[in-house]
Design a protein around this ligand. Structure first.
Ligand code: GLU
Length: 303
């Protein structure tokens, strides 16, 4: 099968070795099957996203030898698509407005990370509120129990994982979702219109991604994402969660680890092959002509 893979960075800091591994792996896996490699800029958190980080992403990935299809999908340009999904869920009575804690909502805008505590499971304080009672600044939460009830004939949902550590078929049960996820935040007007959770699911479907390749710290996120796919009738990709690149102390690299930023290695005259070796990837395979759909300049094309 020809894979369609994607790398989906948030332009909120420099790319480091962990990002390089994820992007190179997604690129190599697509290339090995004569497939397509896509890039998506996850810039819905407008308070933290910066054009200079986005420019650096294109520059670093290009330097690493990666080529991707244009135009690049930028989430900040897709609020209409996300709004339509929220309206659909609202019309079916599956989301409700919530005026509870900001911390949860801030967390919903970015993808979860290892070492950053997940917000506690939401107790459902605002559950049952009608959409008509939404006030400016209220979040929108998915009513998990209602969503599950609308899918009874399809439960448990399942997804396929090909990453070595979690390989196999995983059941997305009501029990896991209610215990681990609670009613997730899907939208909020004054921070971002949509959560990472929902935007990523819609974009993976719109980009026809066959294989979601990302760090193992996002494995748990797959459970509510698979539920959203079922509720929105979206195709379900295969998941491939890869090992995390860690520092000498065993900690996952974070955006603030400037010492391991690709830009720092570049400034120290390392080459792309050095980066591949550092993250444990073999030298770049010789590219068969036409294996990756033509990707031209590393800059983004206006959409
Ligand atoms: N934008 C997310 C991050 O920077 C990646 C999300 C994903 O790959 O699904 O961690």
């Amino acid at each position: 099968m020809s894979l369609v893979t994607r790398f989906a960075p948030s332009p909120t800091g420099p790319l480091h070795l962990g990002h390089a591994y994820s992007a190179l792996l997604a690129h190599d896996m697509a290339r090995a099957t004569g497939g397509r490699f896509l890039l998506r800029i996850e810039d819905i958190d407008t308070a933290r996203s910066r054009p200079e980080w986005e420019a650096q992403i294109y520059d670093d990935l290009s330097w690493l030898g990666l080529r991707w299809e244009e135009p690049v999908l930028r989430q900040s340009e897709r609020s209409r698509v996300y709004d339509a999904a929220l309206s659909d869920l609202a019309a079916r009575g599956l989301i409700y407005p919530c005026s509870c804690r900001r911390g949860d909502i801030r967390a919903a805008v970015s993808a979860p990370q290892e070492g950053v505590a997940a917000p506690p499971v939401y107790p459902g304080t605002c559950r049952g509120r009608a959409m008509a009672t939404r006030k400016p600044g209220d979040a929108l939460r998915l009513d998990l129990a209602r969503g599950l009830a609308s899918l009874t004939d399809r439960l448990p949902l399942r997804f396929e994982e090909t990453g070595a550590a979690m390989q196999g078929s995983h059941a997305v049960t009501a029990e896991i979702l209610l215990r681990e996820t609670g009613d997730p935040v899907l939208g909020r007007k004054d921070v971002a219109e949509v959560s990472y959770l929902l935007a990523a699911v819609i974009d993976d479907a719109d980009q026809a991604v066959t294989t979601v390749i990302r760090g193992a710290d996002l494995f748990e996120t797959t459970f509510p994402q698979v539920l959203l796919q079922a509720l929105l009738d979206l195709p379900m990709p295969i998941y491939h969660h890869h090992r995390l690149i860690r520092d000498a102390a065993g900690k996952r690299l974070a955006k603030r680890d400037d010492a391991r930023a690709i830009a720092t290695y570049r400034a120290e005259s390392a080459g792309p092959e050095d980066i591949r070796a550092m993250v444990g990837l073999p030298p770049a395979p010789i590219q068969a002509s036409g294996a990756i759909s033509s990707a031209s300049s590393p800059s983004r094309t206006a959409r």
